[in-house]
Design a protein around this ligand. Structure first.
Ligand SMILES: [Cu+2]
Length: 139
């Protein structure tokens, strides 16, 4: 309990933010692979305690991956907020989407990290491809 309270007391490090989610989709390239990933959340402005729609669009180079399992792992940088993983559904256009809620942080912190974990089902890759996005919620 003491540890939990201590962890909760910190401040957001806004320098970590690398995705201005309220301005539109954010794009990252998976390290070491030629896969670009676009990530978006609606509705905007993005807030906690609201039903949110998450979408991921892998695209770009030749490694664009058919038949992939895509999971979103939501966490707060530097703070344990219980596991919050969402399995995204594939759409016909190659994007993936799902719904979820970001809990309100009792400490008032508002930075979240969404890690996109993409695992091909055909076993042609050793480990999953990952891309992470750090964004700030309005409240
Ligand atoms: Cu928190």
């Amino acid at each position: 309990m003491l540890l939990f309270l201590a962890a909760c007391g910190g401040r957001d490090d806004n320098a970590l933010v690398d995705c201005d989610i309220n301005s539109g989709a954010c794009v990252k390239t998976v390290a070491g692979q030629n896969i670009e990933v676009a990530f978006d959340i609606v509705p905007k402005p993005v807030a906690s305690m609201k039903r949110l729609g998450f979408s991921v669009r892998p695209g770009g180079g030749p490694a664009a991956v058919p038949d992939t399992e895509v999971v979103l792992d939501l966490s707060m940088p530097g703070m344990y907020m219980h596991d919050n993983r969402i399995r995204l559904r594939p759409n016909a256009d190659g994007s993936y989407e799902g719904e979820g809620v970001l809990p309100r942080c009792t400490s008032g912190r508002r930075l979240w990290k969404a890690e996109v974990i993409m695992q091909r089902k055909d076993g042609k890759e050793k480990g999953p491809a990952r891309a992470s996005f750090i964004f700030r919620v309005d409240r």
